[in-house]
Write a protein that binds this ligand. Structure first.
Ligand SMILES: [Zn+2]
Ligand SMILES: [Zn+2]
Ligand SMILES: [Zn+2]
Length: 495
């Protein structure tokens, strides 16, 4: 088979995805034909028309024949991909994550670059959110139909080359000029962090390691201006802590987590919402005047009450027992991020497990990391609930868990921790985070006047328990009707 191909159509850091799209376009061949032509022996043996995704993957090109690719493209595609990938993940090699965690399964692209037929490993790298050449936010779904395109040599999600199944063209280069456009250089990298990363200036020396969550991290955090340094000095303890996930350690983590949550909660109640104490009380106790509808909900009370309920994953938002309702024996308080915190903890332990030293220092560092992330998350998540509150109080409803999960994702702090692994200097740990850019939202509180506060004081609790007691005392139709109304009201506010 003779392919129309020019070596200059391949650019530095280009992924096989756009190379194959160009090949399909310039030769008017199907993607499956390309796969069958370049496929390794395993692929060639497959008679079945359906070839599985594992043979279509573009990270290691394990389904492809190296020599055939070299000969036709006149380029060592597999070797070059390996090099590009390694230069991006080199500073984070202590992570030992599978490659498809660093390069997601869904295509991420820059429309300006794709219009020159170029899709880059930079675009596909999970820590890069903006095109390093154009600065634009990368796409991960079709702007027209919202569909995802798998990062595979596959027809899934695509019709013609560079074209979504819905017909949307991902590349405006599909014009008469394509031969010229594909040959043009891509230009210089504008993003200084990415530039430094590939020129190896930002490569962490082997004296330190990173800890972060891949999906809550951007490469720009490494830039100097984001750096917020903090030093942790531990007192060397004669008695070394038991390393590993022992019961005692778990309890200590639970305890610290609860303390952090309570500190944030105190701050929110005492500083941020000090004028809304009675509003919060009205919602938590389901206060209502006899024979009337429930009063309007104060947006600040809404934000606080549902923030608290969802962080703790409590069953009920109402009738919270006074005093201590967080059981630290059974887990961490901030249940909603429990998986993420466990992940980070296990990573930190496995990153530092081979060290010869007392683990006390590492333990104190880990406590510090967990405290910092938990506090920041709690504040961010409260802000998300404040955003939600306007709509929430007018609909008298809480959002679905699907929506809440999105709020959790956008509240999880973008933070990276860098710590030294030099035996003589193991106390230093640095936290990298983005500067704050949040605006405060203002709402009208419905209980601003003395008269409205007085009216609240005269209302009674209509929690499901209180209403059940009423029926117990007097099971008339009016009370049963009341019970139905209260249940309906509460149901809309249950997460
Ligand atoms: Zn671009
Ligand atoms: Zn589409
Ligand atoms: Zn209020």
């Amino acid at each position: 088979m003779n392919y129309v191909w020019r070596k200059e159509w391949i650019k530095a850091y280009e992924t096989p995805w756009s190379i194959f799209e160009k090949l399909a376009f310039s030769n008017r061949v199907e993607r499956n034909d390309i796969l069958r032509f370049f496929g390794g022996n395993d692929v060639k043996k497959i008679k079945n028309p359906n070839i599985g995704d594992s043979r279509r993957e573009l990270i290691q090109l394990s389904g492809f024949n190296t020599d055939l690719l070299n000969n036709v493209l006149n380029f060592d595609l597999i070797g070059n991909c390996q090099q590009s990938i390694n230069s991006l993940i080199e500073p984070f090699k202590n992570f030992h994550e599978p490659l498809d965690q660093w390069f997601p399964k869904v295509l991420h692209w820059c429309p300006a670059c794709l219009s020159k037929g170029y899709h880059s490993w930079f675009h596909q790298f999970i820590l890069i959110k903006n095109c390093p050449f154009h600065g634009t936010v990368l796409h991960d779904c079709c702007p027209k139909c919202g569909g995802h395109i798998p990062f595979l040599l596959s027809d899934k999600g695509l019709s013609y080359p560079f074209t979504c199944v819905c017909g949307y063209s991902l590349s405006s280069s599909i014009c008469s000029e394509w031969k010229v456009v594909w040959g043009e250089p891509v230009g210089d990298i504008q993003d200084s962090t990415v530039k430094a990363l590939v020129s190896r200036a930002a490569r962490t020396n082997s004296q330190s390691q990173w800890l972060f969550m891949l999906q809550h991290m951007t490469i720009n955090l490494i830039a100097e201006e984001c750096q917020h340094r903090a030093f942790v000095r531990s007192v060397e303890n004669k008695e070394s802590e038991q390393w590993g996930d022992s019961k005692r350690l778990q309890l200590e983590f639970n305890h610290r987590n609860k303390e952090v949550f309570k500190a944030v909660e105190r701050f929110i109640r005492k500083k941020m919402l000090k004028n809304h104490r009675h509003c919060i009380n009205a919602l938590q106790c389901l206060l209502k005047a006899e024979g009337e509808d429930f009063p309007p909900i104060c947006p600040y009370a809404y934000a606080y009450v549902f923030w608290r309920t969802t962080v703790l994953k409590s069953k009920n938002f109402y009738s919270i027992p006074w005093g201590d309702d967080i059981d630290e024996k059974n887990g961490i308080a901030t249940q909603i991020i429990s998986d993420k915190l466990s992940y980070l903890r296990s990573r930190f332990w496995s990153h530092t497990s081979g060290e010869y030293r007392t683990h006390n220092t590492r333990l104190i560092q880990l406590y510090w990391i967990m405290d910092k992330i938990t506090a920041k998350f709690c504040f961010n998540f409260f802000r998300q609930w404040l955003h939600q509150a306007g709509k929430g109080v007018s609909d008298v409803k809480v959002p679905s868990w699907q929506h809440i999960d999105k709020m959790v994702d956008s509240s999880f702090p973008l933070m990276a921790f860098k710590y030294s692994i030099v035996p003589s200097d193991n106390n230093l740990i640095e936290c990298y985070c983005m500067p704050e850019t949040t605006k405060n939202i203002r709402y009208e509180c419905p209980f601003l006047t003395k008269a409205s506060i007085q009216a609240l004081r005269e209302m009674k609790s209509h929690s499901p328990q209180a209403v059940a007691m009423k029926i117990y005392d007097n099971p008339n139709e009016q009370n049963k009707e009341l019970q139905r109304n209260v249940e309906k009201y509460v149901r809309n506010l249950m997460t």
